[in-house]
Design a protein around this ligand. Structure first.
Ligand SMILES: NC(=O)c1ccc[n+]([C@@H]2O[C@H](COP(=O)([O-])OP(=O)(O)OC[C@H]3O[C@@H](n4cnc5c(N)ncnc54)[C@H](O)[C@@H]3O)[C@@H](O)[C@H]2O)c1
Length: 275
């Protein structure tokens, strides 16, 4: 019996990701994929600092932040622990709100927080961006993405007006997800001396409040991808991949975008290449 217990403990430990004792920040911790990520990281032994505009969720500690406000981000970043071992940028808005708000929260605020957190990251830390299957065609918009990556809070309104983004349903969301993916590629070597890695994840439709909001303005387009997969995605399908990318087990993955989508991206690839 004792031997069996010891064996099962060993098996469990063998299945654990290399996250034990790490302090990880998760934005969007109050709901959906962020909440599932908190639980998954905790199950692998990490201490999780949740960040969200809403004070809900099960993180070990919590720092409230409005990612649409530079002042709020600066104040929140100052309240984070001195040393952190990873950052999962999960918070995001659907394009049911004005385009400038989507771009501020999903991109400009997320990047502002990330750059504020980097000095606190220990060597070998991971940064994860929640991109989306919505970014699949990012190569077609490289000029706009380059501009988006350069945005400050003050320049968002002019960017929206210049590209007439409010007139294109969903474009505010798409450009933010494209830019997050591109940011990870851009920063593939930026902190290489500290072994800090940035990678993105591209889920297809996942059942969360954000998907409901998205569907209300995008109609069937938001759910179209679901028709090529055997079931819709759940937050628990995404969280383990976020956790893996934050763990030491992913030490050689940098600047990558990982589709976690039940095969939707593969479906597009097959169609495009006649496979
Ligand atoms: N659900 C999907 O189908 C899907 C697909 C691909 C990518 N994603 C991405 O996954 C991420 C998580 O989305 P979800 O589906 O879990 O949605 P969700 O709505 O369940 O969670 C989003 C979280 O972000 C927080 N948030 C919103 N505005 C904020 C702000 N100004 N400051 C701080 N926090 C704020 C919300 O309070 C919420 O807890 C998003 O970035 C989303 O774009 C979702």
């Amino acid at each position: 019996m004792v031997g069996l217990v010891a064996l099962s403990l060993t098996t469990r430990e063998r299945n654990m990701l290399n996250l034990k004792g790490k302090t990880i920040v998760v934005t969007g911790s109050a709901s959906g994929i962020g909440a599932a990520t908190v639980e998954c990281l905790q199950a692998h032994g990490a201490h999780v600092v949740g960040m969200d505009i809403r004070e809900e969720g099960r993180s070990d500690s919590f720092v409230q932040v409005d990612l649409g406000s530079r002042k709020s981000i600066d104040e929140a970043a100052a309240r984070l622990p001195e040393k952190l071992d990873g950052l999962a940028n999960v918070a995001g808005l659907a394009p049911t709100v004005p385009a400038a708000d989507v771009i501020r929260v999903n991109l400009v605020g997320t990047l502002h927080l990330t750059h504020g957190v980097v000095p606190r990251l220990t060597d070998g830390s991971g940064i994860v961006m929640l991109s989306s299957i919505a970014a699949y065609h990012w190569r077609q918009s490289v000029d706009q993405i380059r501009e988006a990556l350069d945005l400050s809070f003050a320049k968002v309104d002019a960017f929206v007006a210049k590209h007439d983004i409010d007139a294109q349903p969903g474009r505010s969301y798409f450009v933010t997800k494209e830019a997050l993916l591109a940011w990870c590629i851009t920063h593939r070597r930026t902190w290489i001396d500290r072994r800090i890695r940035a990678n993105s994840i591209a889920p297809a439709a996942v059942s969360t409040p954000l998907l409901d909001a998205f569907s209300s303005i995008m109609g069937d387009r938001a759910q179209d991808d679901a028709r090529v997969v055997e079931r819709s995605g759940a937050p628990a399908d995404i969280a383990p991949v976020v956790a893996f990318l934050l763990s030491d087990d992913a030490a050689w993955i940098r600047g990558a975008n990982i589709p976690v989508d039940g095969g939707v991206a593969a479906h597009y690839l097959a169609q495009e290449n006649g496979l």
